[in-house]
Design a protein around this ligand. Structure first.
Ligand code: CP3
Length: 356
């Protein structure tokens, strides 16, 4: 009940991101930017001001579709990413998420088995359906050559917010719960994994033609914990989506994974690897050559905010270093709100001029 109707598969021909994720090296490379919809755009701030709370915007298909399309109209990016948030999953499971003005997200922390019992895998339908209505609208409204990316947070990153009740730089609450009460933490990861599989499956059935799994806090774990909480749940999600939708590629973004990135690629079998700002360009290239993964990234968002000759020089270095391997130009993390929109236009011009 409530699952969106299957959208008749539109032709995916001409969607450059999909060709790169199938292993092709395209020149100039396709480009999109994490957080390309957001507060750096005046037209976003205008819609945001009418929407009520941030999650009200995520659950309003007309407005969420509109803000997804804004950066596509301005810059003709090669991909649109569904406008939503990774914290829709805990919110839909019954752990209410609040976004206070000027602060990050706030949740009532889950710290033990009793807290887990507040989560309900049967409760997600209404909220997931609203987000999927946005996806359906987008596939209808987007130019056919633009790839539509659906997404979720990876279970580890989502769990750090569920256990900590807010963002933190060291994820101490989640890491400690995993050591102190492994059974409870495992159960939490399992619940988020199951909800995420259902959520992504619905996004694909609504029209998403590629998926990204954001593991923004993958970087602080000892290797055994990295395998248990980052690799294993992501592998499970990717395998299940692959079984249901063999033609839909997945980009994993294990931010901060460093030398764990190669094992992540091999064991999760993702088609694309989102690379953070700290990953050397030569490591991106070597990873692609060793595993045939498509690499995405990794310009410093602060450099995009700064602009000028430093931005242009580094963007050219990225292009040069990754010519000849399957490569998607992107940032190493999301656009920051202080970014002048003209810097984004300049970057896109520079990348596209490569083809001439
Ligand atoms: O354009 C896009 O990339 C699509 C939309 C998108 C948002 N969040 C919108 C958003 C995506 C893909 C995300 C992912 C997300 N959300 C992540 C993973 C990527 C990353 O940045 O590490 C994480 C950790 C979150 C959780 C989250 N959402 C935080 C910590 C915050 C507060 C920080 C902030 O920037 O304000 C949010 C809020 C949020 N998500 C905003 C947007 C545009 C800003 C809120 C607003 O407009 O009022």
């Amino acid at each position: 009940m409530g699952a969106p109707a299957q959208v008749s598969p539109s032709s995916t021909e001409g969607r450059k991101l999909l060709s790169v994720l199938a292993g092709e090296a395209i020149w100039p490379p396709p480009v999109w930017l994490m957080r390309q919809a957001g507060r750096y755009l005046p037209e976003y701030r205008e819609v945001r001001a009418t929407a009520g709370g941030f999650l009200d915007l995520c659950y309003n298909p007309a407005l969420a579709a509109e803000v997804t399309l804004q950066p596509i109209r301005r810059y003709a990016f090669d991909a649109a990413i569904l406008f939503s948030d990774i914290l829709v999953v805990p919110d839909a499971l019954g752990q209410a998420v609040r976004f206070a003005e000027g602060e990050g997200p706030r949740l009532d922390p889950i710290t033990d088995a009793a807290g887990l019992s507040r989560l309900d895998l049967g409760a997600t339908d209404e909220k997931f359906s609203r987000v999927c209505e946005t996806v359906q609208r987008l596939r209808q409204d987007l130019p056919s050559e633009v790839t539509l990316i659906g997404f979720c947070g990876a279970p580890w990153t989502v769990a750090t917010y569920m256990v900590g009740g807010q963002g933190s730089s060291d994820q101490a609450a989640a890491r400690t719960l995993a050591y102190r009460d492994r059974a409870t933490f495992t159960r939490l990861i399992d619940i988020v994994t199951e909800a995420s599989i259902d959520y992504l499956d619905r996004q694909v059935r609504a029209g998403a033609d590629c998926l990204q799994i954001f593991d923004s806090w993958a970087g602080n774990l000892p290797d055994g914990e990295f395998d248990a909480w980052v690799v294993a749940p992501t592998r499970r999600i990717a395998a299940e989506l692959k079984r249901r939708h063999p033609s839909v590629p997945i980009i994993g973004f294990p931010r901060g994974a460093g030398t764990n990135a190669e094992r992540y690629v091999q064991q999760t079998a993702v088609e694309g690897l989102g690379c953070d700002t700290a990953m050397p360009l030569q490591q991106m290239r070597a990873l692609s050559e060793a595993t045939s993964v498509a690499v995405q990234g990794n310009l410093d968002p602060l450099l995009l905010a700064t602009g000028g000759p430093a931005l242009e020089a580094r963007a050219r270095e990225n292009l040069e270093a990754l010519k000849g391997v399957p490569f998607i130009f992107n940032l190493g993390h999301g656009i920051i709100p202080q970014t002048p929109p003209d810097n984004v236009a300049r970057l896109i011009d520079l990348i596209r001029a490569e083809g001439n």
